[in-house]
Design a binder for this molecule. Structure first.
Ligand code: ADE
Ligand code: ZN
Length: 340
């Protein structure tokens, strides 16, 4: 259905769940390794792609952290982010809120400033040259300690006026949100927005903890919330955005096949779901691919697609005034492309 694909590509939308390290394409991995004099344990790009067969989140994380070792200089972080912004602009995104994992880099001796300066420069360039606005979200690695997260928040201090919020990612099982309650409280006191991965592999209780103990503004993934009817009621009543990642869920075996993905069910329940790419270089598709594959697999209607686009802006950290104008753009597009 080329009509549907064209409609999706042109629909103004935001991406709210994207790990910038997860946009590292194998070609770039080789380029950065070459210019930084790093040996890769792969013969070529095909061998890298062949290694991208995962049976769970940890399988993926092991290879994702290995890939990130090629990122060393401000230029690497800039080039990585700018390549992502170019891709997502082609997909019709006009806004992106991107995660970065500073601990993955500072643990290897790369300064926080190197990472932040490179990313922030690309964000500014994306705004001026592509018309894509963006926000930066610092993620704490949940397999590390809360003390290490505090240290990272401390390193971020000079950049807090340019960082929109903090998040929580990496290995979910065995690392509940409760482990990070104090550092999230400290981030909240600094005026930062709060998000956390919860309910990707972890139980509904982790989603409750993210809401009650971390007091997050949105939930990243949230799939397993559907196992708990009271939790669903609460997420609907509080209009908590869920940043859902269909192709990621497929690749990490959170769902068996795309037609059984819960996104349509989430929308029918009144949950504020959005579509996102998570780690597109590893999961086989950027933002529009996620939208198009999901629309085909679940038979999403045009009204549902417009709802998803609206959710991507109402769930964003843009100001209320900015959100209003983005919604006008969505509605104008929908009206101009209404079926005859
Ligand atoms: N880091 C990068 N992608 C992630 C995901 N989908 N879940 C948890 N941590 C991640
Ligand atoms: Zn993620």
């Amino acid at each position: 259905m080329p009509d549907l694909e064209a409609f999706i590509r042109g629909l103004p939308k935001a991406e709210l769940h994207l790990h910038i390290e997860g946009s590292l394409e194998p070609e770039q991995m080789f380029e950065f390794a070459r210019r930084n004099g790093i040996e890769l344990p792969f013969a070529d790009v095909e061998a890298v792609r062949a290694a991208y067969a995962f049976s769970n989140l940890q399988d993926f994380l092991d290879i994702y952290y290995q890939g990130a070792r090629v990122l060393l200089t401000e230029r690497d972080f800039h080039d990585l982010a700018l390549a992502y912004f170019r891709r997502v602009a082609e997909d019709g995104a006009t806004h992106a809120e991107i995660f970065f994992d500073p601990q993955t880099h500072t643990e290897r001796g790369v300064a926080f400033a190197t990472v932040a300066e490179g990313l922030l420069a690309a964000m500014e360039e994306a705004r001026t040259t592509l018309g894509v606005t963006s926000k930066l979200i610092l993620c704490f690695l949940r397999h590390l300690s809360e003390e290490a997260a505090f240290e990272t928040l401390n390193q971020a201090r000079p950049y807090l006026d340019r960082i929109a919020g903090v998040g929580l990612d990496s290995s979910e099982l065995g690392h509940p949100p409760s482990k990070f309650a104090r550092v999230f409280a400290a981030a909240r006191e600094q005026g930062l927005k709060l998000v956390a991965h919860a309910g990707e592999e972890g139980p509904p209780e982790y989603v409750r903890e993210a809401l009650d103990l971390l007091r997050v503004d949105r939930i990243d993934h949230g799939n397993r919330s559907l196992e708990d009817a009271d939790l669903v009621k609460r997420l609907v009543a509080e209009a908590v955005p869920l940043t859902v990642c269909p192709l990621s869920n497929l690749k990490l075996c959170v769902v068996d096949e795309l037609p059984s993905h819960p996104l349509k069910r989430m929308l029918r329940l009144g949950l504020k779901a959005t579509i996102n790419s998570d780690d597109p270089a590893y999961f086989g598709g950027y933002l529009a691919e996620n939208w198009i594959s999901t629309a085909h697999a679940l038979g999403l209607t045009r009204d549902e697609l417009v709802t998803l686009a609206r959710n991507s802006f109402t769930g964003s950290f843009l100001t209320p005034g900015e959100i209003e104008s983005r919604l006008v753009e969505v509605d104008l597009y929908a009206a101009a492309h209404a079926p005859a």
